[in-house]
Design a protein around this ligand. Structure first.
Ligand code: ZN
Length: 393
């Protein structure tokens, strides 16, 4: 990979031919048309808040360094901003009259054209420090990892979109990165993340690539489809999963958001379910205060209510365990048998063994799934072996 350091460019050079479109939120050019300031993969411009954008201008007026800018030189000779989009767009917008700042000398609000000439020249003449990189995908990816993005770090998917930019990313973003997509609200009730930060797209890719946020599988999928503008496999797969969630679960619950829907769909969509029955079960479980991890409820009911480990049912606290241990041990010693009731009824050497507290675990006499509660009356101490055996039944 080749890296070139450019130090002779100024704000004026980059502002030559600067264009900004808030409506499209993309396709900004500068440097006389050579520079794509907001390539497809970049996050949207977020500095237009009257604070970040204004700070950029104050920095220039005070001759503070703006920090390193990173460009990628493409095979066609064009340049893309890898890091610095927010800063460049801020000074570009100011110079082209899109917002105003308070002139610190007379405290008046001024657009660029209203500034005194020396201040205008100071802004336009500000030198920039730019690293230009030209290289292979993996080189650029490595480069990405080492760049400390000012303000906010790029998400994993923002990086992938950069590395695999092309027709596929362009089309996929139209669907999955568009906040005003009419389906977005529904999608976001099941998927965590911000479409603008590419997190809905990431989930869609996870599903179709059968990846669990596994970089390599998503990378492979994106690499294979890079130059393909037909994203129907991605959208079809995504819709299948969403439609399945919709038709299987009647109620939209906040705790459904962010579940591993891709995996759940792959595992369970071949089975038939009655949505009314599932809904009744889920509502009952959601009101069960003994369940510590309600997010496991959906998989628990899909799997036929077998795997209680998914629910992390409340366990007995140390005080209760200690109390039951003492009671049980005293009674066992009197009878001359083991303090593990299951060892006591056995016929091997452990028949009379008195276990230490640390070698025992608390057990629900009546299982939680059969209506047993996590109260002292329903607690017994078992040796670890017997507790494990009982738990697996
Ligand atoms: Zn035992």
């Amino acid at each position: 990979m080749e890296t070139i350091l450019l130090t002779d460019l100024t704000v004026a050079d980059i502002c030559k031919g600067f264009t900004y479109s808030k409506v499209e939120a993309k396709g900004l050019f500068g440097w006389g048309g050579k520079l794509i300031i907001q390539p497809e993969y970049q996050r949207h411009y977020i500095y237009d808040d009257g604070k970040h954008d204004v700070d950029v201008i104050y920095s220039l007026l005070k001759k503070y360094p703006l920090g390193l800018l990173y460009f990628v030189r493409r095979p066609d000779g064009m340049y893309e901003v890898l890091d610095g989009q927010q800063r460049i767009t801020s000074f570009g917008r100011y110079v082209t009259g899109h917002f105003s700042i308070i002139d610190e000398d007379d405290k008046r609000e001024k657009q660029f054209s209203a500034l005194p000439e020396d201040k205008r020249n100071r802004i336009l003449g500000s030198p920039l420090t730019i690293y230009v990189c030209e290289g292979t995908e993996s080189e650029i990816k490595q480069w990405f990892e080492t760049i400390n993005i000012v303000g906010m770090k790029l998400t994993e998917q923002e990086k992938r979109n950069a590395i695999f930019s092309g027709k596929f990313v362009t089309e996929a973003k139209k669907v999955f990165s568009n906040s005003s997509n009419s389906n977005m609200k529904k999608w976001r009730s099941y998927i965590k993340g911000d479409p603008k930060r590419q997190e809905i797209l990431e989930e869609a890719l996870c599903w179709v690539a059968k990846a669990e946020k596994d970089d390599r599988l998503i990378d492979r999928y994106m690499s294979e489809h890079r130059d393909n503008g037909d994203i129907s496999e991605l959208t079809d797969y995504f819709e299948s999963v969403i439609n399945w969630i919709n038709s299987t679960f009647k109620d939209v619950e906040s705790k459904m958001k962010g579940l591993e829907w891709g995996r759940l769909w792959r595992t369970y969509h071949h089975q038939g379910y009655d949505p009314d029955v599932l809904s009744e079960k889920i509502q009952r479980l959601l009101s069960d205060t003994q369940i510590e991890d309600p997010r496991g409820i959906w998989e628990y009911v899909l799997g036929g209510e077998q795997d209680t480990q998914l629910l992390d049912v409340r366990v007995f606290d140390p005080k209760t365990k200690d109390f039951v241990y003492r009671q049980q041990t005293a009674a066992a010693k009197e009878k001359g048998e083991s303090n593990c009731p299951l060892c006591a009824i056995g016929h091997d050497a452990n028949h009379t063994k008195i276990w230490d507290l640390k070698d025992m675990d608390a057990d629900h006499v009546t299982a939680w799934s059969k209506g047993g509660s996590t109260d002292i009356d329903n607690c017994q101490m078992l040796c670890k072996t017997h507790n494990r055996a009982k738990g697996n039944r």
